[in-house]
Design a protein around this ligand. Structure first.
Ligand SMILES: [Zn+2]
Length: 351
């Protein structure tokens, strides 16, 4: 048995910088100085940078843990890196990589049964390992793995977006680490715009937010058709994987106009239209549901109440309206709670 040339450092011999680096890694998802970080601790600044990059790639990667664990296994096998392999086989199994696939990778074979996205990851790593280059067609296919990274949300009035899609925003914010959001609002006095800004930050705490706030008069958007069209056209210049807008069938003329114009401005994106409960009783038959947990539903209502104090005077604004609609939509999609949307155009690629 060879001796460990760079064994763990005795805790009472650590410098201040090493102690700080240990505290940082211990507070993160790894929970302690493990594996390669034991020798790296001799250079605490390098260890700190390396562990942060690793933490991002392992725990917050845009492709998700199932595919990132598959990448780790493929690279570990190619380099016969047994420590990495031994640590990650149980993790890969836990996040859904089939046992047969792991055995095949260990034996240097292409696994017979891979899902479409696993198959793509396999091809990408294989080309990279074997020829140190990835071909154009594999690269193009890989781009599609990134999923939803940038979103445009459109509202007529402050609070529309959060009432209609607050749960979806909470979901997106939690699921997509580097989410880019362009938050477009057509109307609102300065005080209400400030409410909307604070609300957006609260619903999307981790997102990279860009605000596009206008002050067109409430209830009069159809009279400002040209300006609204221009706002949508400008917003449509932003790259977006998903557009969230009011409904084309909404009884409120401001919402309805935005719903119609969103369709004309965003032609290549997934556009989903949210619903807003109102006196006119225009709730329809949605065709896209986002299930929400009881915690997410409660968080949405809590944030609505906290961030839109100016609206709480309205007789329609209460917790039962918000919970009631989410519960009803949840029942329809067999979840506890849900938000429902009208998807007017969905483009899918069958790989
Ligand atoms: Zn509204």
């Amino acid at each position: 048995m060879p001796t460990d040339r760079l064994p763990p450092l005795p805790p009472d011999e650590l410098t201040d910088a090493q102690r700080h680096a240990v505290a940082a890694i211990t507070a993160g998802p790894r929970g302690g100085v493990i594996g390669p970080f034991v020798p790296l601790l001799r250079s605490p600044e390098l260890m700190d940078h390396a562990q942060r990059m690793g933490e991002y790639l392992r725990f917050r990667s845009a492709i998700g843990t199932r595919l990132s664990e598959l990448v780790i296994l493929l690279i570990a096998r190619y380099w016969s890196q047994q420590v990495e392999w031994a640590i990650h086989v149980p993790i890969a199994e836990r996040v859904g990589i089939a046992r047969d696939a792991i055995v095949a990778i260990a034996e240097g074979r292409r696994p017979a049964m891979l899902t479409d996205d696993e198959s793509l990851v396999y091809d990408f790593c294989y080309e990279l390992n074997v020829s140190q280059a990835v071909g154009d067609s594999t690269f193009e296919r890989a781009l599609a793995l990134a999923g939803i990274r940038s979103v445009v949300v459109v509202g007529a009035h402050p609070d529309d977006i959060e009432i209609g899609a607050g749960g979806l925003l909470l979901e997106l914010s939690a699921a997509v680490p580097d989410l880019k959001i362009r938050y477009v609002l057509c109307g609102g006095a300065p005080a209400r715009q400030a409410e909307a800004r604070a609300a957006a930050v609260a619903f999307l705490p981790a997102a990279d937010l860009t605000f596009d706030l206008h002050d067109l008069p409430d209830g009069r958007l159809p009279g400002h058709w040209n300006t609204v069209k221009e706002i949508i056209q400008q917003a449509a210049k932003t790259h977006a994987d998903l557009v969230i807008a009011p409904s084309r069938f909404d009884a409120h003329q401001d919402h309805r106009l935005l719903g119609e114009l969103a369709m004309t401005g965003f032609r290549d994106q997934i556009v989903v239209h949210y619903e807003i409960p109102k006196w006119d009783g225009d709730l329809g038959q949605p065709n896209l549901y986002v299930p929400l947990t009881a915690e997410q539903a409660a968080r949405k209502v809590e944030l609505l109440n906290t961030h839109f104090p100016s609206q709480k005077v309205h007789d329609w604004w209460d917790d039962e309206v918000f919970f009631g609609l989410m519960r009803l939509r949840g029942m329809e999609c067999r979840a506890r709670y849900a938000e429902a949307f009208f998807a007017s155009k969905l483009s899918v690629s069958i790989a």
